[in-house]
Design a protein around this ligand. Structure first.
Ligand code: MN3
Length: 206
């Protein structure tokens, strides 16, 4: 297992996401999940060597003594990587003529309605967690939220996009104004990456 580099500089997401927040989020929170996972798996080199996503999607196979650490710290490690890689400086726009955009219109009514529904789900989620856009095994798109660092059910859903709604993701700049954070975060989404995930055969390598 490795601690992946941040795919851009700390200040690359300014002004929507300030450099200080990104730096603390990446070097303290994200790094902290990696360090805690590493510490908890010290006596389990066979798990440390396996792809993290395999552990997270087979939590019942993990010894009970370390299962919660894999779920919380391993989940935090994986989902933050996915989150950082869902964004690009300034964002990359959605091609409204492609199959992914058509699926958004089909399943949410319009692109605008999807945006409204996603932000509403993320703004209203109670407590710390994540809001996702996923596609199910039949290709239908859904918005859902998970608490803590839990992933969407792997047998049913492929994750396409995620936003961190833990307070540490936005509090320094936005304090309690989560909806304002979400409006600004929306401008950072890498829609080319989201579309690539939508079209991919497997979501295990992002
Ligand atoms: Mn976080």
């Amino acid at each position: 297992m490795v601690f992946q580099p941040l795919p851009y500089a700390f200040d690359a997401l300014e002004p929507q996401m300030d450099a200080r927040t990104v730096e603390i989020h990446y070097t303290k929170h994200h790094r902290g999940y990696f360090d805690k996972l590493e510490a908890s798996l010290k006596g389990y080199p066979e798990y440390w060597k396996r792809p993290l996503i395999d552990l997270l999607t087979n939590l019942n196979d993990i010894p009970e003594t370390v299962r919660m650490s894999v779920r919380n710290n391993g989940g935090g490690l994986w989902v933050h990587d996915f989150f950082w890689r869902s964004m690009a400086p300034g964002g990359l726009s959605l091609n409204k003529r492609n199959a992914f955009a058509a699926a958004l219109v089909r399943d949410f009514g319009s692109i605008e309605k999807f945006e409204k529904d996603f932000k509403a789900a993320a703004a209203s989620f109670f407590g710390s967690g994540w809001t996702w856009l996923v596609r199910d095994t039949a290709g239908k798109l859904w918005i859902l939220s998970t608490p803590g660092h839990d992933l969407p059910t792997a047998a049913k859903y492929v994750p396409l996009l995620v936003v961190d709604v833990w307070e540490h993701a936005y509090y320094l700049k936005y304090q309690n104004r989560r909806a304002e954070f979400l409006d600004n975060w929306w401008q950072l989404i890498d829609w080319q990456k989201v579309e690539k995930r939508f079209l991919a055969e497997s979501w295990r390598e992002d």
